[in-house]
Each structure stands twice: as structure tokens, then as C-alpha cells.
Design a protein around this ligand. Structure first.
Ligand code: PRP
Ligand code: ADE
Length: 171
């Protein structure tokens, strides 16, 4: 675990003053530690009958795609506005640094789907809550939201009390 932590770099005042940014790019340069990190991310849900993984643009695509591949299921992209080409649903939300929205293709999830939501960071929880809402709008079951890192001071879990939450590393 310490080896993984040592590959996450602090960048002060990015993307704006007062934010201590947790940079995962050093971890991505280590194939062994990156794989270990994703193993730890999905470990509690290996036998949970997950039918698809959903990941949020952009960093959730990295961990989500790897998680989907390692679980042997498909990947559902949750994208920033205007990026998905087919019919979409949209949910707006607040970020630690600003406001945005996420979209999903309306045919991305079926009513019997058991979805694992994957992202790199749980901060205020706005992104994850919006993601859960998108899955549920389409009738999918959110099995859990899993994160490589949880910034506990921002109390993201308080927005996710209706969902299972798992994080590999806590700050
Ligand atoms: O818990 P929250 O306060 O919602 O913050 C967490 C989100 O913020 C970051 O994404 P960002 O929107 O910065 O996009 P990026 O992945 O494209 O950098 C991160 O990857 C999470 O998705
Ligand atoms: N402090 C932070 N570092 C990296 N990603 C983030 N997403 C939201 N807050 C973040």
C-alpha cells in the first residue's frame, strides 16, 4: 500500500489556489503498482455479480477500463457534456473546484444490470452522486462506488449514504 501511496504526488494550488491536487500520473507509469491498485479497488466486489463498470471522464476512464477488463465485463463511459454522440441523460453537480455535469447514453444500462462505479478520487462526492443518479435513472442497480483515494476531510461519503463506498487509500 505504501508503494502505491508513494506514486501519488501532491501538487499545491492546482487547478486553482488552495487545492492540494493528488496526481496519479506517477502511479500510471508503473505497470505493476497500477495493476495492484486496481486489484485492491475491485477486490471486495469480485464475487458481487457485477455486469458492467461505469467510469467518469477523464480519470475514471483509466481505472474503470482496467477494472472492467479485470472483472471481465464491459465499460460504460460517463462523459462531460456534449461528448456522447447518441441520446443522453444529464445530471448537473458541484465539484471541489467548480460546477459541471455528466451524461450517459440512454441505452448504456439495462434494468438487470449490477453496476460498479469506479473513479480515482472521492472528494466532495458530487461526481459520484451524479454518477449513481445516472445509473439509477436508467433502472440499473448501483452495487458500489469504489475509489483509489478518498479525501476524508471533504466528507464525500455524506452524499453517498445510500450506497456502498470503498476506497483503497485515505488522506
Ligand atoms: O468528489 P468530487 O468533489 O466530485 O471530485 C472528484 C472528481 O474530481 C476529479 O475529476 P475532474 O472533474 O477534475 O475531471 P478529470 O478527471 O477530467 O480531471 C476526479 O477525477 C473525480 O472524478
Ligand atoms: N484534490 C484533488 N486532487 C485530485 N483530484 C481531485 N478531484 C477533486 N479534488 C481533487
Amino acid at each position: 500500500m505504501d508503494e502505491i501511496k508513494n506514486k501519488i504526488r501532491d501538487i499545491a494550488d492546482f487547478p486553482e489556489p488552495g487545492i492540494l491536487f493528488k496526481d496519479i500520473t506517477p502511479l500510471m507509469q508503473s505497470p505493476v503498482l497500477l495493476r495492484q491498485a486496481v486489484e485492491l479497488l475491485i477486490a471486495p466486489y469480485r464475487n458481487a455479480n457485477i455486469t458492467a463498470v461505469a467510469g467518469m471522464e477523464a480519470r475514471g476512464f483509466i481505472f474503470g477500463s482496467l477494472a472492467a477488463s479485470m472483472l471481465g465485463v464491459g465499460f460504460i463511459p460517463l462523459r462531460k457534456p456534449g461528448k456522447l454522440p447518441h441520446t443522453t441523460h444529464k445530471v448537473e453537480y458541484q465539484l471541489e473546484y467548480g460546477e459541471t455535469s455528466l451524461e450517459i447514453h440512454t441505452d448504456a444500462v439495462g434494468e438487470n444490470d449490477n453496476i460498479l462505479i469506479v473513479d480515482d478520487v472521492l472528494a466532495t462526492g458530487g461526481t459520484a452522486k451524479a454518477s449513481c443518479e445516472l445509473i439509477q435513472l436508467l433502472g440499473g442497480n448501483v452495487v458500489a462506488c469504489v475509489f483509489l483515494m478518498e479525501l476524508t476531510a471533504l466528507n464525500g461519503r455524506s452524499l453517498l449514504t445510500n450506497f456502498n463506498v470503498h476506497s483503497v487509500i485515505q488522506y
